[in-house]
Every structure is written in C-alpha cells, then in structure tokens.
Design a protein around this ligand. Structure first.
Ligand SMILES: CC(C)(COP(=O)(O)OP(=O)(O)OC[C@H]1O[C@@H](n2cnc3c(N)ncnc32)[C@H](O)[C@@H]1OP(=O)(O)O)[C@@H](O)C(=O)NCCC(=O)NCCS
Length: 174
C-alpha cells in the first residue's frame, strides 16, 4: 500500500526500527541507543548514556554519562540531562527544560555522588521548567511551562509556578 508519495508501509516500518543519528550529532563511543530512536543535529551524547527505543532527541540536546532514558521519550531542543537523571518511558520533556544535580554548587567542588532526578512513566514537563535535584516527578504528572519544581510531584498531579504548586489532579485517562 502506498503510504506517502511512493513510500511503502514496509519502508516506514523498517525506518522505525532503525536508529537514526544525524551526521551533525556527536555520539561518543559506548553510548547505548535503542531501535528507532532519532538523534538530531548538534546533539552530544556521552559514552555512558543509555537511551531506549523509539525516542526523539531534538537539536541541541546534551546527555551526560550517568543518564538512563526509557522508551518512546521525547526530548525537545535545548535540554541538558546531567549525571543522575533517570527518565522513564513515554516522558515528554519540553524545550529548554533545565535539570540540576548539585543542590549547593560551588565552582570546582564536586559532590562524591550527584543527586538523582527521576521522571516517571508518562510525565510531561513544560517548556523552560527548572527541576531542582533529588526530585521525583510522578507518573503522568504535568509540569507547567516555566515552573520551578522544588518538591516531589505526585502521580497525576499538575503543578505550575515558582515555586511550583499543585493546581489539579488529572484524570487517569489523560
Ligand atoms: C500547565 C498547563 C498544562 C495547564 O493547562 P490547563 O489545564 O489548560 O490550565 P489553564 O490554562 O486553565 O490554567 C489554570 C490556571 O493555572 C495558571 N497556569 C497555567 N499554566 C501555568 C504556568 N505554566 N505557570 C503558571 N500558571 C499557569 C493559569 O493562569 C490559570 O490560573 P487562573 O485560574 O488564576 O487564571 C499549561 O498551562 C502548560 O503550562 N502547558 C505546558 C505547555 C508547554 O510547555 N508545552 C511544551 C511543548 S511546545
């Protein structure tokens, strides 16, 4: 069956299975990237990173070593994922979302271990939100654009503002 001007469904299925790395991306040796994941231009992925299948990593994303990303995750442009960030399946990370891993940073002083941030299945983070370290964002939670998240966010919670506050619990189907 014709899918789009001369492109067959079979071709589309094969294309989905293969990972795609843009010629202007830098993927360091050792980085694990799953089937069907697309890595676009000016992305830099360090060698210890683990990225699942079917993800979309947009232009100008930086991913450090101790980072684990699940399947079908979308990471929009301008996001940096530092050591200690754990992103589960089906998460949406909006443009210019900022993660952090050091609560009291000082130049050239490094903690023995960077703090973890966990974003659970199906959560979405709006554009330009800032997530402080050692935070867990619950399943299907929705973080409003520009929020500064200073506390854990429960499953299905919608939070907005600086500091972010709960404004609604979402229905399970959303
Ligand atoms: C959080 C969000 C999902 C809420 O959408 P919604 O359910 O339609 O909520 P509403 O627009 O009805 O807003 C509810 C209240 O929260 C406020 N609010 C909504 N989003 C807010 C935000 N990001 N920051 C601060 N306040 C916000 C509204 O002003 C409104 O307050 P009011 O009742 O005093 O007027 C949405 O506003 C948002 O931020 N989406 C993220 C968009 C984004 O970044 N997309 C990235 C892809 S480009």
């Amino acid at each position: 069956m014709s899918y789009k001007s001369g492109v067959t469904r079979e071709f589309m299925d094969i294309r989905k299975k293969e990972k795609f790395i843009h010629s202007h991306a830098i993927v360091e040796k050792g980085a694990k990237i799953g089937e069907g994941t697309e890595v676009w231009a000016f992305v830099h992925i360090l060698g210890g990173a683990k990225i699942g299948a079917g993800c979309n990593i947009c232009d100008h994303v930086f991913i450090e070593n101790d980072v684990i990303i699940g399947n079908r995750v979308t990471i929009k442009s301008g996001v940096q994922l530092w050591d200690g960030v754990r992103i589960k399946d089906d998460v949406f990370i909006g443009p210019n979302v900022t993660f952090t891993n050091d609560k009291f940073p000082r130049s050239k002083q490094y903690p023995s271990r960077f703090l973890e941030t966990i974003v659970k299945n199906g959560a979405s983070i709006g554009a330009n939100a800032t997530i402080l370290p050692n935070i867990t964002i619950g399943e299907k939670a929705m973080i409003g654009a520009g929020s500064v998240v200073t506390h854990n966010v429960p499953d299905y919670a919608m939070v907005v503002g600086n500091p972010s506050r709960l404004i609604r619990i979402l229905k399970k189907k959303k």
